[in-house]
Write a protein that binds this ligand. Sequence first.
Ligand code: C5P
Length: 226
Amino acid sequence: MVPAAGIGARMGAGLPKQYLPLNGRTVLEHSLWRLAACPGIAGIAVALAAQDAHWPQLALPPDVAVHTTTGGAQRCHSVLNGLHALAGLAQDEEWVLVHDAARPCVRVADIRNLMTYLADHPVGGLLGVPVNDTVKRADSAATIIETVDRHGLWRALTPQMFRYAALRCALQDSIKAGVTVTDEASAMEWAGHAPRLVEGQGDNIKITRPEDLPLAAYFLQQQQSE
Ligand code: C5P
């Protein structure tokens, strides 16, 4: 399930960030082709913005069924809509991977690792990277309140992989309760589950700000030469 319904306000570009050109393809095409290259992916559901005029121009991966649905106000609503679009296609206990459209540099090897490590896990989990930097908590004036112990801190990436029905319920219930969840793992944690982190590569960046695009272009080039 690929949420691709954001408007990318922080990019300040004319196009939503998932449609920005990156090494000859759009950001979203890179993400979709990488998912489609993973054995075991039965199909992809993509949540698009209601007025999306760019989707029909994309070159979609040929070997995987791609379904589209309309996104919602926030990422969690878009993901939930995407999960609803899979009703009748996915069984309750089957795994669903949720991957940000805006993470075009995810490595196929990392997705496969996630799927292999968690194949028998009762809950599921996500790709993550341990935090290397010293972390500060600050007030609204950027004055430091404290230095946070970084031991045990991870950055949460995507894909995030959970069982279809459990994820749908966790998202539905957390949204209903008015809890802000910015990833699937947060919804699962809120519902009382304990997801597992699987270490991935730090080049799986989320394109968010203008400076991320040349960085992603560089990472993709580097990956090709590996
Ligand atoms: O805005 P952010 O970087 O957190 O978005 C992460 C992913 O969620 C992007 O792929 C974006 O298109 C998607 N999204 C969505 N629906 C929203 C907001 C974001 O599908 N309402």
